[in-house]
Design a protein around this ligand. Structure first.
Ligand code: SF4
Length: 362
């Protein structure tokens, strides 16, 4: 039987961070109704799923804001209604709602992804996180005490003088995986509005690239190797679930705004909790399909990976001779690419240009 990942979206946050444009809402009074509808979707999708679920990822939003019993019910439904041989089961946790994470183990969860973002109070205040550095440090310690596989998120490029080095020096003692994302100011978010009014000055591209390079070196020297542009792990602790996204493997998404890639097609649920609670989701056949150029997506996503794209796999999947078909593009991009017999990867020094490089294939 083929395998698939399963993503479960929890669309609730206690408050909105200044940089965030993910789909999430406040509303503890809706937790119970949401859990019921989510489990209905899990039942319907699980019963029609013809693949074995080998990775599960509960993300958000803030899954750790849910009561323990709700999280337990959701996990039980996954194991009951899907055919599961789970190799990795991740839950995202916010440091300020992580006091009960030790219990997650009882639900079959074995990986915690903590939204640390920074260990600098000034930065945390600026980006509107609810937690401070001391709470984040405490949450990391707690997670590492109970779980072998802990990841932390960091955001780079918030200000010119923000240094990731001291954060990494602390985190490396506790976590096996770090996601270091570069801040993207999304239009309409409070942080973007502050920047427009001149109340906040984000790091410019050169400053951000310099901070990323510093983070890369510090992470490498700490034994956390880059395997994707923004993701670094000790050997054997790469995120199996997220690797599915970059390698165009199947995954099913449940919950409002959740996306799926299944049997070569992309689907998504509407980004509306209101619609979802009225039964507007894949479990009731109300899911939208997106057109997808799988070859170009395979190139785009594969070039995010340190190991790059696998040429024989592409040739087999798409019935082409990749190197022949893209000979002119590969010649033009030769200074930026490592072109091996079977793989093509962006040279490590040019990883931040991955997007511009990949676009050349379009
Ligand atoms: S906790 Fe995460 S999902 Fe919620 S508002 Fe903040 S960044 Fe967005």
């Amino acid at each position: 039987m083929d395998t698939s990942g399963l993503y479960i979206h929890i669309p609730f946050c206690l408050s909105k961070c200044g940089y965030c444009d993910f789909y999430s809402v406040a509303g503890a009074e809706l937790y119970s109704a949401y859990k019921s509808e989510l489990i209905k979707e899990i039942i319907a999708v699980g019963q029609s799923c013809d693949k074995v679920i080998d990775t599960v990822y509960i993300g958000g939003g803030t899954p750790s804001a849910l009561p323990l019993t709700f999280l337990n019910d959701i996990c039980r439904a996954v194991y009951k209604y899907f055919h599961c041989q789970v190799k990795e089961f991740t839950v995202e946790a916010n440091p300020c709602t992580s006091s009960e994470i030790a219990h997650y183990k009882d639900f079959g969860i074995d990986r915690i992804s903590l939204g640390v973002q920074s260990l600098d109070d000034k930065i945390l205040r600026l980006i509107g996180r609810r937690h401070n550095a001391a709470q984040a440090a405490c949450a990391i310690e707690r997670a590492a005490k109970h779980f072998d596989n802990v990841s932390a998120d960091l955001i780079l490029g918030i200000t010119a003088d923000q240094s990731p080095i001291s954060d990494i020096k602390i985190l490396k003692n506790y976590v096996k995986h770090i996601s270091a994302y570069i801040l993207k100011l999304e239009r309409g978010t409070p942080l973007a509005l502050m920047a427009e009014k001149g109340e906040y000055v984000p790091a410019d591209d050169d400053e951000t690239a310099a901070r990323y390079a510093e983070a890369y070196e510090e992470l490498k020297n700490s034994g956390l190797n880059r395997y994707e542009i923004s993701n670094f792990a000790r050997e054997g602790f790469e995120s199996l679930h997220n690797l599915k996204y970059w390698s165009m493997a199947d995954y099913i998404g449940v919950g409002p705004a959740a996306h799926s890639f299944y049997n070569g097609a992309r689907y998504y649920n509407a980004p509306s909790l209101e619609e979802y609670l009225k039964g507007g989701h894949s479990g009731n056949g109300r899911q939208k399909k997106e057109p997808v150029d799988t070859l170009l997506e395979t190139i785009m996503l594969g070039l995010r990976l340190e190991k790059g794209i696998n040429v024989p796999d592409i040739n087999k999947t798409f019935g082409i001779d990749f190197k022949k078909e893209y000979a002119a593009t590969l010649k033009k991009l030769a200074p930026y690419l490592e072109i091996g017999d079977n793989t093509i990867a962006v040279k490590p020094d040019y990883m931040l240009l991955q997007n511009a490089i990949a676009v050349e294939f379009f």
